[in-house]
Design a protein around this ligand. Structure first.
Ligand SMILES: [Zn+2]
Ligand SMILES: [Zn+2]
Length: 286
């Protein structure tokens, strides 16, 4: 079984009730944070976890809303990990990730030096292991297998989706993307698809071109549902609602997805949790 928790279902627009984009994946005894938008560590605490407990941080892309609290994750894991020889945090993302992580640590350079000077048992700066990928297997440990494929969020590039497999269960995290063949291939035969989604009908009504521009490179609710249907997944999990899903409108979003996908549809507020069991895919790959 793989457990998916929507830590942050918000968008770049600050919302009093929704943290920025971030999803928690628990598979076996491993814990993966996928993206780290604003407020992620508060939601992670509410989900009963924390930065020191992460097996790895997975980044779909380097848009600010998806990495807003990267510095908080790095520093909080560092100062919240006790005991000698802390494990470096594996960070897996697209090319550019190493540069961003290095710059983030540099931005916190003063903080890091204060703490190194103050605490005798902190003897080195935060340890990270950054791995940049656009395709292929990125993780294979204790029965948890993770692979990535490129997605299409142009002009933001490169961007990647993750597929986590464990004990026959599988979950794909699409991130921000328009429909594309590489995402279809990664998702084929998976149990669940976690996909960011926008309401084109609402966004196109906004009289600001900069807001309407976001339709260029995101999937609509219907397109995300089409991707789920093509792949034969059993569960479509929508997140990163643009605009924020207003209270009482959940059924509208669900109905739009249901026009294209007739199986289990999950959406909701931050901390919404979904269990993905083996065998929920409708069209096993191959
Ligand atoms: Zn994005
Ligand atoms: Zn985004």
């Amino acid at each position: 079984m793989i457990e998916v928790t929507l830590l942050g279902t918000g968008s770049p627009i600050p919302d009093p009730d929704r943290a920025g984009p971030s999803t928690l994946i628990r598979a076996g005894d491993q814990t993966f944070l996928v993206d780290c938008g604003r407020g992620v560590l508060q939601r992670l605490a509410a989900a009963g976890s924390g930065a020191p407990q992460l097996s790895a941080l997975l980044l779909t892309h380097l848009h600010s809303d998806h990495i807003a609290d990267l510095g908080d994750v790095l520093i909080t894991r560092w100062i919240g990990t006790f005991g000698p020889d802390p494990t470096p945090l594996p960070i897996i993302g697209p090319p550019g990730t190493a540069e961003v992580v290095k710059a983030m640590l540099a931005a916190f350079g003063h903080d890091i030096s204060y703490r190194l000077e103050h605490h005798a048992d902190l003897t080195e700066p935060p340890r990270v292991q950054v791995h940049e990928y656009t395709d292929g297997t990125v993780w294979d440990e204790a029965g948890v297998h993770v692979r990535v494929s490129p997605t299409d969020h142009r002009p933001v590039a490169p961007t990647i989706a993750f597929r986590v497999d464990h004990g026959g269960a599988s979950v794909v995290l699409a991130g921000d993307t328009v429909p594309c063949a590489t995402l279809d291939a990664l998702t084929a035969g998976a149990g669940a698809l976690v996909h960011t989604a926008i309401r084109r009908d609402l966004i196109e009504a906004v009289p600001l071109q900069r807001v309407r521009d976001i339709c260029d490179y995101h999937s609509t609710v219907e397109q995300a549902a089409d991707t789920a249907a093509r792949a034969g997944v059993g569960i479509l999990i929508l997140t990163h609602y643009v605009p924020a899903m207003a209270p009482g409108t959940e059924d509208q979003w669900r109905a739009l997805a249901a026009t294209r996908f007739d199986r289990q549809i999950e959406l909701g507020n931050d901390l919404h949790r979904v269990q993905v069991h083996p065998g929920v895919c409708v069209k096993p790959a191959g």
